[in-house]
Design a protein around this ligand. Sequence first.
Ligand SMILES: NC(=O)C1=CN([C@@H]2O[C@H](COP(=O)(O)OP(=O)(O)OC[C@H]3O[C@@H](n4cnc5c(N)ncnc54)[C@H](O)[C@@H]3O)[C@@H](O)[C@H]2O)C=CC1
Ligand SMILES: O=C(O)[C@H]1O[C@H](OP(=O)(O)OP(=O)(O)OC[C@H]2O[C@@H](n3ccc(=O)[nH]c3=O)[C@H](O)[C@@H]2O)[C@H](O)[C@@H](O)[C@@H]1O
Length: 490
Amino acid sequence: MAVIALKCPDVEVVVVDISAARIDAWNSDALPIYEPGLDDVVRRCRGRNLFFSSDVERHVGEADIVFVSVNTPTKARGLGAGKAADLTYWESAARMIAAVATSDKVVVEKSTVPVKTAEAIEKILDHNGRDGVGFQILSNPEFLAEGTAIRDLLAPDRVLIGGRETAAGRAAVQALKDVYARWVPEERILTTNLWSAELSKLAANAFLAQRISSVNAMSALCEATGADVAEVAYAVGKDSRIGAKFLNASVGFGGSCFQKDILNLVYICECNGLPEVANYWKQVIKGFKFPAIATTMCKDIYSLTPFQVIKINDYQKSRFVNRVVSSMFNTVAGKKIAVLGFAFKKDTGDTRETPAIDVCKGLIGDKAKVSIYDPQVTEDQVQRDLAMSKFDWDHPVHLQPMSPTAIKQVSVAWDAYEAARDAHGVCILTEWDEFRSLDYARIYGGMQKPAFVFDGRNVVDAEKLREIGFIVYSIGKPLDAWLKDMPAVA
Ligand SMILES: NC(=O)C1=CN([C@@H]2O[C@H](COP(=O)(O)OP(=O)(O)OC[C@H]3O[C@@H](n4cnc5c(N)ncnc54)[C@H](O)[C@@H]3O)[C@@H](O)[C@H]2O)C=CC1
Ligand SMILES: O=C(O)[C@H]1O[C@H](OP(=O)(O)OP(=O)(O)OC[C@H]2O[C@@H](n3ccc(=O)[nH]c3=O)[C@H](O)[C@@H]2O)[C@H](O)[C@@H](O)[C@@H]1O
């Protein structure tokens, strides 16, 4: 919305939220999220044509176009629990729009929603709206990634707008297209029917997550064979049909969207009587059955039972924890482990579904003392994340469970050096640029020996660190002799 305000000075944009605390933060100098370039855009537009308010009804009532970007969590209970999208917030937003609208409105689905949601929303609007007030619903899914949001919004690969194939539907699509056309080249603005637009968003996230799970699955095989996953990914990505982007092996993907959107896709497939399609997508996150032909080899390497169901993304995280524990003589009890990076990726303070949560829980489960440093994540956030139940995070802040009791085995440090002091091992879980250029000799000097670095993001120069004296584990890279004899059994 801030970028629309920046690019369309004649359009008045008002952002409303039921969380008054969030609106207060948007109106302050400390914005509620960290995103490179966002402060500048907000500073330039706020008070000019960009406003933040908790008077939801008034501003929705006055608007011509309403973008609905509320959260769409995974249902925690009831029908479809653990898979289906919970449309509670969407439904209440739609009911509120119907109640306050006194003039025709274009309602834009900006949240990621299950395909066919527009049909349900139309029904709510049409059955609850005032006589004579018309609604057009559009699907305009968002493709930005956190950490690069402003860049992605200023120069998107594409903008996608789906609408009804009627005269009124086409007019609404054109009205929204005119907004984006102020800065996005015409050929990048795609218009489709409603269902294609809704489904394309889930499909795009499923394809992206699948790339990471594929390269992460390869990383395990690289470690077992002496291949280097970076070399494999480079060679594979050079094929222009495959492409080079999004092939970085990691400790696992995190973030608020991939998991929930694929679970949602799986549920939609099941509801449409397509269990084979559901199972196909499940493998990216949920279950992965090793094909019979590969079982013997996998069994030898990882002692897997044939057809054992493995969650590929979860597998990657537990594989990492197991590496840490098995390298340290099979126990981390009472040992200090430094965790560098807690956010789900660099350049964001967002920790939703970050792989660091599962890795830290795994280490704590083995009784390690964990000292965490992340340049953008507070101690309060770390403690909340480690104590929260699955899916609770994806609800408005003021509706989340109250602050839990702090986990004593976890502390938060001011910088990487403090986190690593007296530690037995350092785990790098987010690819923050500053972790590439730390003074590792200084870190080594202050650590217990043997000193380990477990690089979950492949950001350090492993050879240089080995010269200093570290034992280094890098995802999907040829293993140190020390690690070779200690396979990480998931
Ligand atoms: N975070 C991201 O980078 C992307 C998110 N999305 C999608 O956008 C949607 C929102 O995601 P986030 O912004 O990350 O979630 P969020 O949880 O940070 O923000 C949602 C906001 O909606 C507010 N809200 C809930 N119900 C409301 C109502 N009835 N009226 C007014 N405000 C209400 C909440 O208080 C909260 O501040 C999700 O569907 C997500 O899948 C899509 C692409 C990128
Ligand atoms: O629907 C959404 O919310 C968004 O989800 C993702 O964006 P985001 O989750 O913000 O960030 P990504 O850059 O996709 O990273 C997701 C996770 O995958 C990991 N990742 C990414 C790329 C890679 O090569 N390897 C890898 O492990 C990241 O570290 C991170 O943990 C998509 O990239 C966006 O297009 C989409 O709009």
